[in-house]
Design a protein around this ligand. Structure first.
Ligand SMILES: Nc1ncnc2c1ncn2[C@@H]1O[C@H](COP(=O)(O)OP(=O)(O)OP(=O)(O)O)[C@@H](O)[C@H]1O
Ligand SMILES: [Mg+2]
Length: 263
C-alpha cells in the first residue's frame, strides 16, 4: 500500500503517519516512511532521537530526472540507484522502518516559492521507492497544493486528517474532491483531536453529507502533547494511551483493507 496523510496545518498528519508506521512495522510489515513536508518532523514521531534527526540529509529534488519517451511522454526516473539513495540519505527508525526526507525546495529557490521540482520529486520517489517497503507512508505538507499538482497521484490510500471544527472539515471536503479527481482508490477521513460526543457528531454529520468514509476517531490526547513537549515519539511515550489505541485500530483496518483488495 502507498499511504499518504494529508490535511490542514496542525491537524495531526505527522502524528498519525509516524504512529501508524510504527504500529504496522511492529506487526512485521516492512515500512518505508517518506517525509514530504518542506518543514520535516516525521523522524521524531517515528522514534528517532532529536540528536540523530539533525544528521539526516534531505534528498535534493534533482534526484529525480525527467526523460521523454519516443512518443513524447515525459517520465520521471531516479538519477542514482535505490541502494545508493538509501545509503546516502536513508535513516533507520525503530522496528526497522526506513525513513527518507524530501520535499524541500531545490537549492537556491528557497523563498522564491517555486516548489514544482520538489513536488515532482516526491511524486516520483513514492513510486520508484515503493519496492523498499510493503507499505510506504508519506507525510505530506499541509494544504492542497501538492494535490493540485498531482504530487499525491501515486498513492493508493489517502488519510485526510481532520479536526472537528468547520474550517478543518471544509478543507477535508475540498481534499476529498481533489483526491477523487486524481482517482485515488481509498480515501478516508481520520477524525483527530476529538474531545467529546459533540465533536464526533460534527465530523460524522459532515462526512455523511459529503459521503466521505471515516476510518477512525482519535481522541484529543494529552499524552501526545506531553510527548511533543519532551521531543519523544508518542508511541514510545504512551504506547497504550487512548490516542495510540485509536491509531492502532486504524492500522488494523488498513491491514484488512489490504488483505481484501489482495484477495
Ligand atoms: N490526537 C491528538 N490529541 C492532542 N494533540 C494532538 C493530537 N494529534 C496531534 N496532536 C498535537 O497537535 C500538534 C500538531 O500535530 P502534527 O505535527 O502531527 O500535525 P501536522 O498536521 O503534521 O502539522 P503540520 O501541518 O505543521 O505539519 C502537535 O503538537 C501534536 O502533538
Ligand atoms: Mg506535519
Amino acid at each position: 500500500m502507498k499511504i499518504a496523510t494529508v490535511g490542514k496545518g496542525g491537524s495531526g498528519k505527522t502524528t498519525v503517519a509516524g504512529t501508524l508506521a510504527r504500529i504496522l512495522a511492529e506487526d512485521g510489515i516492512k515500512v518505508l516512511a517518506i517525509d514530504g513536508d518542506p518543514n520535516p518532523n516525521l523522524a521524531l514521531t517515528l522514534g528517532i532521537s532529536r540528536e540523530r534527526t539533525d544528521d539526516i540529509k534531505s534528498i535534493p529534488p534533482s534526484i529525480m530526472g525527467v526523460k521523454e519517451d519516443s512518443d513524447g511522454t515525459r517520465r520521471l526516473y531516479m538519477t542514482i540507484p535505490e541502494d545508493e539513495l538509501m545509503s546516502n540519505y536513508g535513516a533507520v527508525a525503530p522496528s526497522d522502518i526506513k525513513l527518507i526526507i524530501m520535499g524541500q525546495p531545490p537549492d537556491g529557490s528557497a523563498g522564491s516559492g517555486c516548489m514544482c521540482a520538489s513536488h515532482r520529486a516526491v511524486r516520483g520517489l513514492i513510486t520508484e521507492m515503493s519496492g523498499y517497503g510493503d507499505h510506504t507512508i508519506t507525510d505530506m505538507e499541509a494544504g492542497l497544493e501538492h494535490l493540485k499538482r498531482g504530487t499525491a497521484r501515486n498513492v493508493d490510500t489517502m488519510l485526510i486528517v481532520a479536526e472537528p471544527y468547520y474550517r478543518s472539515l471544509e478543507a477535508a471536503g475540498r481534499t476529498w474532491s481533489l483526491a477523487n479527481e486524481l482517482a485515488i482508490p481509498h480515501v478516508y477521513v481520520v477524525a483527530n483531536k476529538v474531545k467529546n460526543e459533540a465533536d464526533v457528531t460534527a465530523i460524522e454529520e459532515y462526512c455523511e453529507r459529503h459521503k466521505i468514509p471515516i476510518i477512525g476517531v482519535v481522541p484529543s490526547e494529552e499524552q501526545f502533547i506531553e510527548a511533543e513537549r519532551r521531543a519523544v515519539a508518542p508511541i514510545d511515550f504512551a504506547p497504550d494511551c487512548q490516542g495510540t489505541l485509536a491509531i492502532r485500530a486504524i492500522a488494523h483496518k488498513l491491514r484488512d483493507l489490504k488483505m481484501s483488495s489482495a484477495g
